[in-house]
Design a binder for this molecule. Structure first.
Ligand code: GN1
Ligand code: MG
Length: 341
């Protein structure tokens, strides 16, 4: 069935007026399909090959939303609309799962941070979400993707891609593979951290890349954070690390001119102070000491995932040209090298 037809059928299941609206594909996410419906709504099809438990997402959003209404009624939490049956997810004729959101017309998302003020605000916004949810009952949340940032798991997937991956890609990626293997000590560091009990579980966003923040048109204020599919219990290093990964460099993970990649000290410091302006009182002394390691760890995790997907033939992340996942993996490797200097 044509996508327009699927969308029109899905919209009929909501009590909203979206007739005759223009449908435009939007967003730069690597996983889901996102469309604007006129200037009123955003409709998103969840990638259920990746999100195998969509009900876990609905569960977490409902719990978080209820809690936020209690502790901060004015907080803008971009949760999906409920359909006529009261569900956050709507099934289409081809078994796709969709969600409908408000379209934040004045919201702007960027793929690179241009100054430290923006970094402060974005990091504060992600920190605030975790702070507000700190008093909600963590046991009620479910994992929306099992072992999502578990470095041991990601390493094992990488190792099996080294065995089962496509031979031409293995030789094409040889140098990058060798360099990633050379960073294996990060795996032992991660494992001993987990064993040490120094990290506590919080409700983390788990995908805090810069384009998951909506700024106002002047990029001077944050309107809200978006992409809440991976809101679930996690360690703070996942959020803070993914911010360092995507805020600190002047260029995004898509950049092919690797000489442009660097770690901007002022942006890093503002990311740190923005996050701590919300989380400073919540993180334990042990956790605070780990802040400087988070960026390298998350860059390693995400870089490994790009490389694994490249070796497996691009089955996970969307790509728009051949070799894109290898470019992303190389980009992240260079960033990791800078973060390790
Ligand atoms: C994916 O949804 P999107 O495109 O923002 C991925 C993240 C990665 C990111 C890298 C569910 O995020 O974990 O950090 O790509 N999300 C999922 O750009 O795998
Ligand atoms: Mg995401």
């Amino acid at each position: 069935m044509e996508i327009e037809q699927l969308i029109s059928d899905v919209l009929k299941q909501y009590d909203v007026n979206a007739n005759n609206s223009t449908i435009v594909r939007i967003g730069s996410g690597h996983i889901n399909d996102t469309f604007s419906i006129g200037d009123k709504f955003v409709l998103q099809r969840l990638n259920t090959n990746i999100f195998k438990k969509p009900e876990a997402i609905s569960n977490n959003l409902s719990i978080a939303s209820l809690h936020l209404k209690k502790v901060e009624p004015d907080y803008l939490f971009l949760e999906p609309y409920r359909n006529r049956s009261g569900d956050l997810l709507t099934r289409d004729a081809s078994d796709g799962q969709w969600r409908l959101f408000d379209y934040i017309e004045q919201g702007v998302s960027v793929n690179e941070i241009s100054n430290s003020e923006q970094a402060f605000r974005a990091a504060k916004a992600f920190g605030k979400l975790t702070r507000l949810l700190e008093s909600s009952d963590i046991s009620k949340y479910q994992s929306t993707i099992e072992k999502f940032h578990d470095l041991r798991w990601r390493w094992e997937q990488f190792e099996s891609a080294l065995i089962n991956g496509e031979d031409t890609r293995k030789s094409e990626g040889e140098e990058v593979i060798e360099s990633y293997l050379g960073f294996k000590s990060l795996l032992s560091e991660y494992e001993s951290l987990i064993r040490s009990g120094m990290l506590r579980l919080h409700i983390t966003h788990n995908d805090t890349k810069i384009n998951n923040v909506l700024f106002n048109a002047e990029l001077s204020e944050v309107i809200c954070v978006i992409d809440l599919d991976t809101l679930m219990p996690g360690y703070f290093i996942y959020d803070f690390g993914d911010m360092v990964r995507t805020f600190a460099s002047p260029v995004s993970e898509e950049e092919k001119d690797y000489s442009k990649i660097q770690v901007r000290k002022d942006v890093f410091e503002s990311t740190y102070s923005g996050y701590l302006s919300e989380m400073g009182e919540i993180l334990s002394k042990d956790e605070l000491e780990l802040l400087p390691r988070a960026g390298a760890m998350m860059t390693f995790v995400i870089g490994l995932r790009f490389l694994t997907d490249y070796l497996n033939g691009d089955t996970y992340y969307k790509t728009s040209y051949p070799g894109q996942n290898l470019v992303r993996a190389t980009n992240q490797l260079v960033l990791l090298q800078h973060l390790s200097d």
